[in-house]
Design a protein. Structure first.
Length: 136
């Protein structure tokens, strides 16, 4: 008598929105945690644009748009709110830190980095959930 074993679904190949989202939100997290320490060096090296408000808003906006484009269709398909809840917690930390801790100090960096990590983890959860559907 043979036993049936479930073969895991293959992960989607290529650059998915979740992979882009993981990259963006991870880059945002690293950017936010390093800025309080690197500001002086950046000015000295002529790379002030890395610490600019525009760069911050571009990273936040890009991470937000990619997350919406990826997580909402996935939620409609799977009806699993885990990734959306992680994203909501992450974007709340990012926006709250940005609005309430405007001094670009350590706590703002920590709050925004934690938010970026939550968003990256939301994409990871979504990516894993979608990988189960490949081939079905």
């Amino acid at each position: 008598m043979s036993t049936l074993t479930a073969t895991p679904a293959k992960e989607p190949k290529g650059l998915s929105l979740d992979r882009v989202g993981m990259l963006l939100s991870s880059a945002c997290a690293v950017h936010c945690i390093l800025m309080p320490f690197a500001l002086g060096a950046l000015v000295f090296l002529g790379a002030e644009w890395v610490a600019s408000e525009t760069t911050e808003l571009l990273l936040i906006g890009s991470a937000f748009l990619v997350a919406l484009a990826s997580l909402i269709p996935s939620f409609r398909k799977h009806r699993n709110p885990a990734a959306l809840l992680l994203f909501a917690a992450g974007i709340s930390l990012v926006v709250g830190s940005h609005l309430l801790l405007e001094d670009h100090g350590l706590w703002m960096g920590v709050g925004m980095a934690m938010g970026g990590c939550f968003i990256a983890f939301a994409h990871y959860r979504n990516h894993r959930a979608c990988a189960c559907c490949v081939g079905h």
